[in-house]
Design a protein around this ligand. Structure first.
Ligand code: FO1
Length: 312
């Protein structure tokens, strides 16, 4: 049994690899919900949907998020009203948000809605939100930012999509995390997994919120020998998203070594890409066993090869 801590695109790709090398029903993903937000009255769970669509093989592979063969008529119609359209919701994708919002409004918890969406897409793996409670990632924009919002706190999607993660940040917090409880099944799957995999997701804003839910980090620490992590930073850069810049801006080294320093208390092994072979000794000095692998997942076959290496 494999349990993965997952964020967005990098995690979805690794999970796509994992289900090729172990029976999909033996894989559980505990997914970040700190990015969730409400827009046009709809409750959107970007990371849960990215993982669902990728495992179903229906994702927009070029963008990494959303559905393939999407249409944008609703967005065009919203423009007419001057409604915000910076966060693009495709016509087919909208059905997911409509369904989820309706179910949540009628009192169904997010974990149950997530399971029914996964079932509807034919997934055999188990998808769990980290919590049924609201945890919201908030980003403090640095005072030096050349933006009229410099020094302000914004919601994660405002930073990531509206501001195109181009503004320096000085702080990150996870509102609601300390009062949240892990969703049903989260603790059990971490306690019983043969291996726990921290996916190659942003350690600060994708894995950070999951670890901030009380109880989760403690289990990883107590099961450290069974926990492996994959560096999302390759040759000092993130393949997608702001992880490298964010790490540097928040005082971490933007490298596989910086990732090792974050994960060393809770994971025994770090997988790093061949491009970082020269960093292996410094990763070990940070307290993690280091394994060098081809870690770029350009195709599902590359993802399967990386997943297999992580389970070996
Ligand atoms: N990312 C973007 O960069 N631009 C978008 O317009 C956008 C829309 C969107 C809609 C639904 C969804 O599930 C995800 C979407 N994402 C979009 C991705 C998302 O903002 C980020 O990838 C994650 O929150 C970070 O993991």
């Amino acid at each position: 049994m494999i349990t993965a801590l997952a964020g967005g695109v990098g995690a979805a790709r690794l999970l796509e690899g994992l289900v090729q090398v172990v029976p999909p029903d033996e894989v559980t993903a505990i997914v970040n919900t700190g990015d969730d937000f409400v827009i046009h009255g709809l409750y959107v769970c970007p990371d849960l949907d990215t993982v669902t669509y990728t495992l179903a093989g229906v994702q927009n592979r070029a963008a990494g998020w959303g559905l393939a063969d999407e249409h944008w008529m609703v967005m065009e119609s919203l423009e007419r009203y001057g409604a915000p359209t910076w966060f693009r919701l495709g016509d087919r994708d909208l059905a997911t948000h409509l369904y989820r919002t309706g179910m949540l409004a009628s009192g169904v918890p997010l974990s149950s809605v997530t399971a029914s969406i996964a079932r509807a897409w034919g997934l055999r793996s188990h998808l769990l939100p980290m919590s049924d409670d609201a945890v919201r990632t908030r980003i403090t924009l640095d005072e030096s930012a050349s933006s009229e919002e410099a020094g302000c706190d914004v919601a994660f999607q405002d930073y990531f999509v509206r501001l195109a993660h181009s503004v320096p940040v000085s702080g990150v917090r996870f509102d609601g995390a300390s009062q949240a409880t892990p969703a049903p099944g989260v603790i059990e799957s971490l306690e019983t997994a043969d291996r726990i995999v921290i996916c190659p997701s942003n350690p600060i804003v994708s894995i950070g919120p999951v670890l901030a839910v009380p109880g989760i980090q403690h289990i990883l620490e107590s099961r450290r020998d069974s926990v492996v992590a994959i560096s999302p930073i390759i040759a000092g850069a993130a393949l997608k998203g702001p992880a490298d810049r964010m790490m540097a801006q928040l005082g971490h080294e933007a490298s596989a070594v910086g990732v090792a320093r974050i994960y060393a208390p809770l994971a025994a092994t770090l997988y790093i890409d061949e491009a970082d072979r020269d960093e292996a000794a410094r990763v070990e000095a940070a307290g993690m066993r280091c394994v060098v692998v081809p870690a770029v997942m350009s195709t599902p076959a590359h993802a399967a090869r990386l997943a297999e290496a992580c389970l070996r």
